[in-house]
Design a protein around this ligand. Structure first.
Ligand code: ASP
Ligand code: MG
Length: 462
């Protein structure tokens, strides 16, 4: 069971989490708990790193005071046993002191390396896990807390986005966790954190706690992974746009991957990798609605639920960049050059298409990346490989998702027919050959109408 940070940040929420764990523990489930940092903590650490040059003693003290308050207040409210409270507070203070020392050092240097950033990030989860573990103890459940290194998650040294070395990790985690479960002990493990071959702390990418949970699940061959959050599950559309959107009961791993990029439940893009091979299912569940079964993500969805299209998703705040020029035609490697330059400047490309004449390439990027992208293209290619760069800001990417589309004729016709009837112009289209996702770009102002029309066409068919 993985619990997100938004489920832990006050007394009531934390007790609810403890109650959920206890409910299943009483039913004799063997449980490993993975937790994120408390809500907003990782963001705050990240912001501090970005401003490290401007940090002075005062702002540093303010930051640390805030960290202390958030965690200590929670302990004061949930742990009542005097001795336990004393031990836990002592432990947190030690961590906070270490946090202070590291921050002081880094602020004097005025430079945060990826390695030290990961080390700083780790405090978020290292502070939250002991609180959850002690809260379990306080209701009589035997529990210990472990960080990513202690549990055995070994990664490469690609700080900020480290990859687990699964063979060693599996052995180590199995070895660590199995004896604990045999003794009815619930391990509470830090999400997001691993350790490399030198023993240095790494993180596995933002939102990585889901990923930690699936890494551990694959290592102990768990029956299921439950990702607890505050939504009922993956949806047929964003409820903010489509009033009568429905929770999806079952989706395949590949459908979930398409859906996790959008809407209700963001998931780390590699989070499903460890369990896909071992065919362990993942369930998205709502901690505020525990009677709801949530969405089951599984290798082979079994339900008679056989709609061709399962979800209409949308990514707003995107921009479309069209580059064109004769220099692109017939010279192998030009696309590679363009993408390579963009990648070097950390521009993430969401969609790509190229005309068969090869005279233009269109890409879609997040709005926040658009300036960087254009600058890179101008500096490197304008006037050489590229003649023109055209940008449309304020576009939205709409995707029609479902593995039932594979080999079915008419999905595209139906999609674009419906959109055309509403007089909405389609700017760009892509579909992978897996036919899992038909995506297109429109002006953002038409986005809500388009999503609703397609939801009606494919999902709420009357
Ligand atoms: N705390 C980390 C983050 O905010 C990991 C997670 O929440 O999954 O990215
Ligand atoms: Mg999170």
């Amino acid at each position: 069971m993985k619990f997100g940070g938004s489920l832990l940040d006050n007394e009531k929420k934390l007790l609810n989490v403890i109650n959920i764990i206890n409910t299943y523990y009483s039913l004799e489930y063997e449980i490993v708990v993975v937790v994120s940092a408390l809500y907003g903590i990782t963001d705050k650490i990240s912001a501090l790193c970005d401003e490290i040059k401007q940090i002075n003693r005062n702002s540093l003290n303010l930051f640390l005071k805030n960290m202390e308050n958030v965690h200590i207040n929670l302990v004061e409210k949930v742990i009542h046993d005097k001795k336990d409270k004393h031990t836990l507070l002592h432990l947190l203070k030690d961590l906070l002191n270490e946090f202070r020392d590291v921050l002081l050092g880094i602020s004097i240097l005025g430079d945060v390396t990826p390695k030290s950033r990961d080390y700083l990030f780790s405090f978020g989860e290292r502070l939250s896990t002991p609180i959850v573990s002690f809260a379990l103890k306080s209701i009589g459940i035997n529990s210990i807390f472990l960080n990513g290194k202690e549990v055995g998650i070994l990664t490469d040294s690609n700080y900020g986005d480290a990859k687990p070395l699964m063979n060693t990790t599996k052995l180590r985690v199995h070895h660590k966790i199995e004896p604990l479960l045999k003794q009815n002990i619930i391990p509470v493990v830090t999400g997001f954190i691993g350790c490399d071959q030198n023993g240095d702390t790494t993180t596995i990418g933002r939102g990585g706690s889901d990923y930690s949970a699936t890494i551990i699940a694959a290592s102990i061959n768990a029956n299921e992974v439950w990702l607890w959050g505050d939504v009922n599950g993956l949806m047929t559309a964003d409820t903010k746009i489509v009033k009568n959107a429905l929770v999806l009961e079952e989706v395949s791993f590949s459908e979930a991957l398409e859906l996790s990029m959008f809407g209700s439940k963001y998931m780390h893009p590699r989070a499903l990798e460890p369990v896909m091979d071992s065919k362990i299912s993942v369930r998205i569940r709502n901690a505020n609605n525990i009677d709801h079964p949530g969405t089951l993500i599984t290798q082979m969805p079994t339900l008679t639920y056989n709609k061709t299209v399962k979800s209409i998703t949308v990514i707003r705040n995107t921009a479309l960049i069209d580059v064109s020029g004769g220099g692109l035609i017939g010279s192998p490697g030009t696309a590679a050059k363009i993408f390579d330059a963009l990648a070097k400047h950390q521009v993430n490309i969401m969609m790509i298409s190229q005309t068969p004449s090869e005279s233009s390439i269109t890409i879609v990027v997040k709005k926040e990346d658009v300036d960087k992208a254009i600058r890179t293209l101008e500096l490197n290619f304008l006037g050489k490989l590229i003649k023109r760069i055209d940008v449309s800001e304020n576009v939205a990417v709409i995707a029609v998702v479902g593995s039932g589309m594979r080999g079915i004729k008419g999905v595209a016709a139906k999609t674009f027919g419906a959109v055309a009837k509403r007089d909405i112009n389609v700017i760009m289209i892509t579909q992978g050959s897996s036919e899992l996702n038909l995506a297109f770009v429109i002006d953002d102002k038409n986005c809500e109408e388009a999503v609703n029309v397609l939801h009606q066409e494919f999902i709420n068919v009357k």
